[in-house]
Design a protein around this ligand. Structure first.
Ligand code: AMP
Length: 540
């Protein structure tokens, strides 16, 4: 029997039309370092239509990829809507990738147009000769673009385009946006979100955090990372003011933006909140407008949740997800009737799956582990906003009969609360972004004095994790850590360079002869290896 319901497609265009029609006076606010630019949704919506019209005139057709190399700005939000709504695919480019990886993902996705922020022109210029598919570069803001060759100017494009571009009807299952994950070894892999997945994910985030037009939402998660956790789409859909920090992400500037624009809700990785807390403690900065913040991307320390509640009056809500999961997968909300003394027990867990996401924990034989909070296995998820494959890349090991194998290892209890205990992957996550241990090891192994190298993630107060490089020297060889750092410099992103170094006689190995990184981490934790520190990490 057929239903009698209308078949309205679940598209980003539908979300866009709602924000445009219902919340003309809500605002997109972009930080300028000093002062902010305020633009009403009505004007942003008109610019979205102009951008779509301009891209269409440039020859962008449904299915074509449009890359963005941008910070969190109004223009980036405009691309978030214009590109998918015209049927093309928004490819957000992670500006923290190494130039080699960035070149790889632009070519792999076959981006035809790249929209770039003025401050990122040098980064793109360095890659430009290696880009095989890019036909047009559109520059947002003022910059010397001579190194890029011929470019188009964002504002000139918009000014010359009609403001009444009509969006076509798109299939809800067609691609809307894509983001490459660098969380695995080897080349980055593309995750492609559909209109339907973004739409349903937006409803889940909306309901999970009960957002509405009384909120002012600060979008700290980079817009190049998993659609900024989907927050711009949700804020637009419910008419919440959207506060965008631009490139001004240091704790002092972030706090200045918060004091001036008074957001009520935000989200970010623990590093951001650790930095914010330290800055408020040192300066007394006023962040009192913030009431709630969702925190994930790495395990959230209970001490951070406590300090936010006790010192700042902010409820830090832990969530878990991945690029592959759009990203929301779990949330750590204590179950009903939790006594106050047990609140923190639940808040510091990874959380329960949100509605729409099915989750199970399986052992090595593929059977579900006991839901006793003790048995350990790999977390697997499935649902309408969980990826089922990668873009033009085979990765059968990542899937298990329709379930995504997350690579995260943990326990599940009788109430469905998950606790991640480890990662099966050995990459390192620093300040919310991945560092590939294998890539560092391979490069270090290329130094004439190095026999063997293993790089592991070790806890770091500021960045959650930083790389520790353990080195076995060739017989008779000597080398200083600073020399090895210089050797890596320029070959990987600057913030990947390890500042902790240790020289060992040999590396611990597993029974099948692989480096045993668990043992190295344990040796570091118990202080049984001598570590040379070459100085604090920077994010430049
Ligand atoms: P990404 O794809 O870069 O967003 O990274 C996803 C990975 O981050 C997950 O597979 C986890 O290993 C890690 N992660 C995300 N949220 C949490 C959390 N709340 N606790 C522990 N690890 C997390």
């Amino acid at each position: 029997m057929e239903s009698t319901m209308q078949e309205a497609p679940l598209t980003i265009t539908a979300l866009f039309r709602r924000g445009e029609a219902v919340f003309p006076d809500s605002e997109v606010i972009t930080f300028q370092g000093e002062g902010s630019r305020h633009t009403r949704f009505a004007e942003v919506a008109e610019r979205v239509r102009r951008l779509a019209g301009a891209l269409s005139t440039l020859g962008v057709r449904p299915g074509d990829r449009v890359g963005t190399l941008c910070w969190n700005t109004q223009e980036h939000v405009e691309a978030y809507f214009a590109v998918p709504c015209m049927g093309a695919v928004l490819h957000t480019l992670n500006l923290r990738l190494s130039p080699q990886q960035l070149g790889f993902v632009i070519n792999h996705a076959a981006d035809r147009v790249v929209i770039v922020d003025a401050t990122l022109v040098p980064l793109l210029a360095a890659l430009r000769p290696h880009l095989t598919t890019v036909e047009h570069v559109v520059v947002v803001g003022e910059a010397d673009t001579s190194a890029l060759g011929e470019v188009l100017r964002y504002e000139e494009l918009l000014a010359s385009a009609p403001g009444d571009f009509e969006f076509p009807e798109v299939d809800e299952r067609s691609a809307a946006s894509m983001c490459y994950t660098t969380g695995t070894t080897g080349d980055p892999k593309g995750v492609v979100y559909s209109h339907r997945s973004v739409y349903l994910h937006s409803f889940c985030v909306w309901a999970s955090f009960r957002l509405d037009d009384t909120e002012r939402v600060l979008v700290i998660v980079p817009q190049f990372h998993v659609n900024a956790w989907g927050v711009p789409y949700v804020a637009w859909m419910v008419g919440a003011d959207m506060l965008l920090p631009n490139r001004f992400m240091t704790p002092d500037l972030m706090c200045a933006f918060i004091s001036a624009e008074r957001p009520t809700f935000t989200g970010g990785v623990p590093t951001i909140f650790t930095g914010m807390l330290a800055h408020v403690r040192a300066s007394g900065a006023d962040v009192s407008s913030l009431k709630r913040a969702v925190c994930g991307g790495s395990a959230v320390p209970a001490s951070l949740i406590d300090a936010f509640r006790d010192e700042l009056g902010i409820k830090l809500i832990q969530a878990w997800g991945m690029t592959e999961t759009s990203p929301i997968g779990t949330m750590a909300i204590p179950p009903k009737d939790t006594p106050p003394e047990k609140e923190m027990y639940y808040r510091s867990k990874t959380g329960r799956s949100v509605p729409g996401v099915e989750l199970r924990v399986v052992d090595e034989d593929g059977g579900e582990v006991a839901r006793d909070g003790a048995a350990v296995g790999e977390i697997e998820v499935r649902g309408p906003w969980i990826t089922g494959s990668y873009f033009r890349a085979d990765a059968p090991e990542k899937f298990d009969n329709g379930w995504l194998r997350t690579g995260d290892v943990g326990t599940i209890d009788a109430k469905g609360f998950v606790q991640i205990t480890d990662r099966s992957k050995d990459v390192i996550k620093s300040g919310g972004e991945w560092i590939s241990s294998v890539e560092l090891e391979n490069l270090l192994a290329g130094h004439p004095a190095v026999a063997e190298a293993a790089v592991v993630g070790v806890p770091d107060e500021r960045w959650q994790e930083r790389p520790l490089a353990t080195i076995v020297l060739k017989p008779g060889a000597t080398v200083e850590p600073a020399e090895l750092r210089d050797f890596l410099d320029g070959k990987v992103a600057h913030w990947w360079l390890p500042e902790r170094w240790a020289f060992l006689e040999s590396l611990p190995k597993t029974s099948v002869g692989k480096q045993d990184k668990k043992v190295i981490r344990a040796m570091y934790a118990e202080g049984s290896i001598e570590v040379v520190d070459t100085g604090a990490a920077s994010r430049s």
